[in-house]
Write a protein that binds this ligand. Structure first.
Ligand code: F6R
Length: 242
């Protein structure tokens, strides 16, 4: 595991974006695993900027997102489908038929999970999986639990996750209580994983994930078993690391 802690936000963002751009330049057909949330926002803005400047093209690349809320139509402003369009897909030349996000509004959610796994199985593995981390140590929406699921599944979000997500909704009642998420098994199949964490709220989860025991109680700790993980932190998120 390679851990980098940045003093400057600019360096954090540029390093994250450069990892993706170098991958695409070397392999234009690369498969990206993408996350939503605040952690990758700067990286997505930088990718859009680099595309605008002609430094990278995503026309042959494809992407698979980690997760989506259950019950929100794709066009809902807080769906992860809308998030990805707003923050990345509308600003780069990726072919929309090659972007994939679980459909949290499907009539048959189990069938949706199975077909997402099948697509990953047939087209994968993901070349570079971008991850954020929840302050409870979740990755994707794999919440701390006695057991973790390998494949894509429907998950009941924990209270702390619902509360953390509430910042994007007008009231707590509107926040979806379930999500579809890729499982840890699918995440761990990626050739390379880039974990992004910023802010003091993440410091304990980062410490537990990177230097604590490997346990389902901190799903991100499983990343210690992956052979190719790069962790990008700001000083606040890395402040408890020894
Ligand atoms: C989002 C996702 C989540 C977030 C995590 C951190 O697609 O899978 O695991 O990465 O909740 O969220 P932020 O970045 O908003 O702190």
């Amino acid at each position: 595991m390679n851990i980098f802690t940045f003093k400057q936000e600019e360096d954090f963002i540029q390093t994250g974006a450069s990892l993706i751009v170098s991958l695409i330049q070397g392999n234009p057909k690369a498969i990206l695993g993408l996350a939503t949330g605040s952690s990758p926002l700067g990286v997505y803005a930088r990718l859009a900027d680099m595309y605008t400047k002609g430094l990278v093209s995503f026309t042959e690349a494809s992407s698979y997102n980690l997760d989506e809320y259950v019950g929100l139509p794709g066009e809902h402003p807080q769906s992860y489908n809308s998030f990805m369009k707003q923050h990345l897909f509308n600003h780069i030349d990726i072919d929309s038929t090659r972007t994939h996000i679980p459909n949290g509004h499907a009539d048959d959610l189990q069938a949706e999970c199975q077909s997402y796994d099948l697509m990953l199985e047939q087209n994968g593995p993901v070349d570079l999986q971008l991850l954020g981390i929840g302050s409870n140590g979740h990755i994707g929406f794999n919440e701390p639990d006695d057991n973790l699921s390998g494949g894509t599944h429907v998950v009941d979000l924990l209270e702390e996750t619902i509360e953390a997500n509430a910042r994007f909704f007008t009231s707590l009642d509107e926040v979806p209580k379930q999500a579809i998420t890729m499982g840890v098994g699918s995440i761990m199949k990626a050739r390379q994983i880039v974990l992004l964490a910023r802010g003091t709220d993440k410091a304990e989860a980062v410490k537990a994930a990177l230097q604590g025991p490997i346990t389902t109680e901190c799903p991100a700790s499983l990343l210690q078993c992956h052979p190719n993980v790069i962790v990008l932190l700001d000083e606040e998120a890395g402040r408890l690391l020894s």
